[in-house]
Design a protein around this ligand. Structure first.
Ligand code: SF4
Ligand code: SF4
Length: 175
């Protein structure tokens, strides 16, 4: 018992002692800014597909999954059947940058970026509207286009779309 205690005690102080002679690493922020990994979770953007159309289809999944309920929107529909958010709002004063919204998004529209310098003196300035969130590029996945997979309206038979399997002929399952 005493032996274990002594072992822990000595190991603890040995670690402290080792660090006493290490060269300190001090980053002079904001003069020096370390490049963060691309998947760092900070400021949120709404991306566009390769055709330049906004990817968001106003499905409300991000809003439903958000643990602090800081996403709200109103859906609308174009004449060709394509859905979009009439308005889209994120309250960054509440956002905890968990990334659940990005995980839930079926169209890769909503993405978190490494841009973390978003502090404001006035809390209302942390409420971002669609105009503040929308960017003219595809973010982490530039090529993905949801409507090339899903189609705005059903064109062609089942199994003729990108990555879609042909339906099973049920008669082949009969004994
Ligand atoms: S990162 Fe998390 S808290 Fe922030 S908007 Fe997305 S789901 Fe909500
Ligand atoms: S950002 Fe993605 S999950 Fe949120 S409403 Fe738009 S398409 Fe749906």
């Amino acid at each position: 018992m005493f032996k274990d205690w002594l072992k822990g005690f000595v190991a603890g102080f040995a670690t402290t002692f080792r660090h006493l002679f290490r060269k300190p690493i001090t980053e002079q922020y904001p003069e020096y800014k370390r490049t963060l990994p691309a998947r760092s979770r900070a400021r949120i953007i709404l991306t566009c597909d390769p055709d330049g159309d906004e990817r968001c289809v106003a499905c409300y999944l991000c809003s439903a999954v958000c643990p602090v309920s800081c996403i709200s929107m109103q859906s609308a529909q174009r004449e060709d059947g394509r859905r979009y958010p009439q308005w889209f709002r994120i309250n960054f004063a509440r956002c905890i940058y968990c990334g659940f919204c990005e995980e839930a998004c079926p169209t890769l529209a909503i993405q978190l970026t490494p841009h973390f310098e978003t502090c404001e003196h006035e809390v209302l300035k942390l409420v971002a509207e669609k105009e503040d969130l929308l960017v003219n590029h595809g973010g982490k996945n530039k090529e993905y286009n949801f409507y090339r997979h899903a189609g705005v309206t059903m064109v062609g038979d089942k199994g003729t779309h990108v990555n879609e399997e042909r339906p099973i002929d049920l008669k082949t399952n009969l004994p």
